[in-house]
Design a protein. Structure first.
Length: 242
């Protein structure tokens, strides 16, 4: 009897490994290439933190193989990155907005006159819709396709498109995107999302956040609205192995 694990992939044959076991980092690097896999310990060191013990990737080898095939065909840019679980406030504190210390955030001081200061972490008026600033995530690996998808769509339309991909796909959380983009730059020198934005999950003043346009001026964080010229989204795969 065949069995479906986590998403509609029918596995057949052990291929010399436990079919339901999380793939190793060595397997991930074999399939995706070294430049597309960021180890936990290297990511922690790049952010100036203490040593971080590696953990399971959370993905089946078959999943990584499929992603590698999509990369090779030019259809995707799947990367396995480690999310330390840092809040946006912590990342801003670590990287700041000094353009001489790349990577950095683009503060957009011109927006402050409208009361929009998402990274003003000393702001005492921390309302409920700003909770995303201090939200701490889970420390683990994420498999994310950094190919921008679904341009010029409303957020709800993008959600329908993501659901159509299958139950193993989800919109990438903006904190994961921020950390991954900066980690990739620090460890590989590759600057992603230079001329587009990723539309995230959290809201600010009732609008979903968008992050991107990661130029030498820094990574921008703004509120997104339908029809914005560079607004897309990227997707991550749900974990399918322990």
């Amino acid at each position: 009897m065949t069995k479906t694990i986590g998403w509609p992939l029918i596995l057949s044959g052990s291929r010399g490994r436990d079919r339901y076991k999380s793939a190793s980092l060595e397997e991930a690097r074999k399939f995706l290439g070294k430049g597309k896999v960021l180890r936990a310990k290297n990511t922690a060191r790049a952010w100036g933190g203490s040593k971080f013990k590696d953990c399971p990737t959370g993905y089946l080898a078959e999943t990584l193989e499929l992603c590698a095939e999509e990369n090779a065909a030019g259809k995707a840019d799947w990367r396995l990155t480690f999310h330390l679980g840092q809040s946006p406030a912590a990342m801003y504190s670590a990287r700041g907005h000094d353009e001489k210390r790349q990577p950095c955030f683009h503060l957009r001081p011109s927006m402050e006159k409208f009361g929009y200061r998402p990274f003003h972490i000393l702001d005492s008026n921390m309302r409920e819709d700003r909770a995303w600033i201090a939200e701490v995530g889970e420390s683990r690996y994420w498999l994310t396709d950094f190919t921008p998808r679904f341009p010029k769509m409303r957020w709800e339309e993008q959600e329908r498109c993501i659901r159509a991909l299958g139950p193993s796909f989800k919109r990438t959380h903006e904190a994961v995107f921020i950390e991954a983009a900066m980690s990739i730059f620090m460890l590989t020198g590759k600057r992603l999302a230079e001329d587009w934005f990723h539309w995230g999950i959290s809201t600010h003043h009732g609008y979903h956040l968008m992050v991107g346009r990661f130029s030498s001026a820094g990574l921008m964080v703004e509120i997104g609205w339908p029809g914005h010229w560079g607004l897309h989204t990227v997707v991550s795969r749900m974990h399918d192995a322990p």
